[in-house]
Design a protein around this ligand. Structure first.
Ligand code: UD1
Length: 367
């Protein structure tokens, strides 16, 4: 009998957790073939940013926790690399699985590849073509050194091909984040978040903002406040504020100004099921997130993305997403359209069907 393959799966920050949940389930079904250990880098550490997701998504407790916490980019990346190197030397895995595009993704894939461990990148090939985004650097580096590149949408295939990645390394597996959304449907339905926040379905928009390009300067925050003032004069906004944005608002002395924005209901970061229930019952989403562009496409909720580009173009061509940047005129136009019921319905992209993680594990099994 062939021995079990030793695998490390890494997760570090909030958007990673929804992506590893279905992978852990799929590996568990094949536990005779794979011996999997989960590593949490501790990039995100607040209960609301991390542990609540493990509970809601039924992710097993990580066997290894690196507890790196927050730091500058180089500081955080270096801390993760140093701590993870010890883990790889001790555990001697044959394969590392990384997901998404956060600092933990890049740091751990660098460590593994230098120690001769094969790397599988889930959500490979996405490109915003904007190297001012830390995530774009993480994506480029991770893909360049990965041995298995699991792609979630057609643009990923094209980008990797153009970058000269050999075809045999690339696998169109679908979207693991959507695996989690579909798997959690019943729980999401049952969430009491609307009642708790005293909201009625279809009467509000949901807001999230955390990209450095939007929140790390006083000028851009002020531009955004002006836009929010107008939007919230038309419709109630529910804002689940990210710790980074909260910190920036305080740093620039804008707390008072922010609190004066009327008709914006601010909450702490929400639990996974609560957040998705809130979005699914909303009129529209206003965001700069990556993953939410995909989730709204499946929930059929119009998504106005406050960015100049997206690494997830299938959400524009097939989904409900529109790029609006910080262009006040365009945002007003699109909000007015949505409120008048003129919405983009979109269709479901290929392989966003709840079975991406199974496809990934199948490929790994056959290699
Ligand atoms: C990270 C990811 C980003 C992802 C986002 C989702 C990178 C480069 N960026 O950005 O791609 O969309 O997570 O949340 O990896 N903080 C807390 N508590 C926490 C975590 C963070 O208070 O649990 C605060 C800290 O002040 C920290 C700041 O948020 O300095 C930023 O956290 P960090 O993980 O560096 O990046 P994010 O902005 O969260």
């Amino acid at each position: 009998m062939k021995k079990q393959q030793k695998v490390l799966v890494v997760a570090g920050a909030r958007p990673n957790f929804m992506k590893i949940a279905p992978l852990m389930r799929a590996f568990n079904k094949k536990r005779n073939k794979f011996n999997v250990k989960l590593v949490h880098t501790g990039q995100h550490y607040d209960y609301t940013m991390s542990e609540s997701f493990f509970q809601d998504l039924g992710i097993p407790t990580p066997q290894i926790h690196l507890e790196v916490g927050s730091a500058t980019h180089a500081g955080q990346t270096a801390k993760i690399m140093t701590a993870f190197e010890e883990v790889v030397i001790k555990e001697k895995p044959e394969l590392l699985i990384v997901v998404g595009d956060v600092n933990s993704t890049m740091a751990c894939s660098l460590v593994a590849s230098k120690l001769g461990v094969k790397v599988a990148h889930v959500e490979a090939g996405l490109r915003s073509f904007d190297r001012d985004m830390p995530e774009e650097i993480n994506r480029l580096v991770t893909d360049a050194i990965s041995d298995y590149l699991f792609v979630s949408e057609p643009s990923g295939l094209e980008n990797l091909k153009k970058e000269g990645v050999p075809k045999k390394k690339i696998h169109f597996a679908g979207n693991v984040m959507i695996d989690t959304l579909l798997h959690s449907k019943a729980k999401i339905q049952k969430s009491k978040v609307l009642k708790n926040l005293n909201l009625k379905p279809g009467t509000y928009g949901v807001l999230t903002l955390h990209r450095p390009s939007n929140v790390d300067s006083k000028k851009s925050l002020l531009e955004i406040f002006e836009i929010l003032e107008w939007v919230s004069s038309k419709v109630r906004l529910v804002y689940a504020i990210h710790p980074r944005t909260k910190k920036m608002i305080e740093k620039f002395g804008l707390k008072k100004k922010f609190e004066q924005l009327d008709n914006i209901q601010v909450t702490a970061p929400l639990r996974y099921v609560d957040f998705l229930k809130l979005v699914s019952e909303s009129k529209f989403m206003l965001t700069d997130s990556g993953g939410i562009q995909e989730e709204t496409t499946i929930l059929k909720v119009p998504c106005l993305t406050m960015r100049e580009n997206t690494e997830r173009p299938v959400t524009l061509t097939q989904g409900t997403n529109l790029l609006v940047g910080r262009n006040a005129r365009e945002i007003k136009r699109q909000v007015n359209r949505v409120l008048a019921g003129k919405v983009k319905r979109g269709k479901t992209p290929r392989f966003w069907d709840g079975r991406a993680a199974e496809r990934i594990v199948k490929v790994l099994e056959s290699h």
